[in-house]
Write a protein that binds this ligand. Structure first.
Ligand code: NAP
Ligand code: F7E
Length: 339
């Protein structure tokens, strides 16, 4: 039986990856950081099947201990301060976790388990002010947030440990992926949760920032499968994982509200733009500039051609299906609460 260590196991991707690897017969270890109240987040339902190890990406000694306990054949480094907007208010912590945390775990492996295979959760945010459309593995980076700048260090140090020490280290440059387990501050879940709450009369309207930002959105279940495939290769390499389609935040809203039973019409421009329910004339979506970012990533569109060719990876869940699943899940959660 192979052992795997997953950092970030309580998050969206970590929990889906743990399910995938448990199904494949791996012994799964997950790094969790201490909270005032014990909780395993999205991995709560796996607590009898996963061995949790206390630790923090900013604490090298805890990572050495985690490697010692888990004796991993594969390590997936998914832990991060992953909310881009928060990286302006907590830039130093973001760098400690998302940049130095990566070299911490690489050092822990180099010193005691150098033959373990390593996956680094890199991000399309590194393309930032995009230098070409679509973005591929060869596209130059231009980070636009403290989060993206920290992740860029994590990306390059992973490559550097591969080239310096011959470690089997891969970087997945993943474009946005969402799910029913997405944190509620990210725009997709904020919208799906709001559409459900408005349907139940629990909320009047949702306030959003830049409605014209474009993202390449897929489902997390498809994307964790790509992580696993990367670590099964003969030689380590880096891959873009994306759907190859881009939509605006406005598009996501229209579709989410449609699945919740509303038909939105868009009126006005800029700060005055509104999403109005065609049936009742009520304003369901407004713009609030407090959600604008100091520097925005206007458009992301990835080219997954290398991953499709080399990994045999294919996205199975379409954009429409992603939105439908998220809205259905939030409606179900609320209907359970309101009975
Ligand atoms: P997520 O839901 O925010 O999960 C982040 C995980 O990291 C959580 O388990 C969190 O633990 C843990 N964590 C945060 N700070 C930590 C620290 N200092 N020490 C130990 N653990 C810590 O993120 P996700 O969407 O699953 O993303 C997984 C990874 O992929 C992240 O590295 C993210 O930056 C990257 N990524 C995500 C996307 C995307 O669209 N989802 C795209 C590209 C790359 P708590 O539960 O204790 O908070
Ligand atoms: O924003 C715009 C916002 O916070 C998406 C992380 O997983 O993917 C994620 O980062 C877009 C941005 O995700 C609101 O300005 C408008 O243009 O959902 P988000 P993100 O910043 O793309 C990448 C690939 C990662 O690596 C990250 O870890 O939506 N937007 N109005 C809004 N965003 C939020 N959060 N809230 C709004 O009200």
């Amino acid at each position: 039986m192979k052992n795997v260590l997953i950092t970030g196991i309580t998050g969206q991707d970590g929990s889906y990856l743990a399910e995938l690897l448990l199904d494949k017969g791996y012994g799964v270890y997950g790094l969790v950081r201490r909270k005032s109240e014990l909780s395993y987040g999205n991995a709560e339902h796996l607590k009898d099947r996963v061995a949790f190890i206390d630790g923090d990406m900013a604490d090298l000694s805890s990572l050495i201990r985690a490697v010692h306990i888990s004796n991993p054949d594969e390590v997936y480094n998914l832990a991060a301060q992953s909310f881009v907007a928060a990286s302006w208010s907590q830039p130093v912590y973001t760098a400690q976790c998302d940049a130095l945390g990566v070299v911490n775990i690489l050092e822990a492996l180099r010193l005691s388990k150098p033959d373990a295979r390593f996956y680094q959760a890199s991000t399309s945010e590194m393309f930032g002010l995009v230098q070409e459309i679509p973005q591929r593995e060869t596209t130059p980076f231009y980070p636009r947030s403290p989060y993206a700048a920290a992740k860029l260090y994590g990306h390059w140090i992973t490559k550097n440990y591969r080239e310096s020490f011959g470690m089997f280290a891969c970087s997945g440059i993943l474009f946005n992926h969402e799910s029913e387990r997405r944190g509620k501050e990210f725009v997709t879940r904020k919208i799906s949760a709001a559409a459900a709450a408005i349907k139940f009369g629990l909320q009047d309207c949702v306030e959003l920032g830049n409605l014209s930002a474009k993202r390449d959105w897929g489902h997390s279940v498809d994307y964790v499968r790509a992580m696993y495939l990367m670590l099964q290769l003969e030689k380590p390499d880096d891959f873009v994982i994306a759907s190859g389609e881009t939509r605006t935040v406005r598009d996501f809203c229209s579709m989410a509200f449609k699945y919740a039973g509303f038909d939105l019409a868009w009126e006005g421009e800029g700060l005055n733009e509104k999403g109005i329910d065609k049936l009742t004339g009520k304003v369901l979506v407004r713009v609030n500039p407090s959600f604008f970012r100091p520097a925005e990533v206007d458009i992301l569109l990835g080219c997954p051609e290398k991953a499709e060719r080399t990994l045999g990876w294919r996205r199975e869940i379409s954009f429409e299906e992603l939105v439908r699943r998220m809205v259905d899940n939030d409606i179900k959660e609320l209907s359970l609460k309101t009975v």
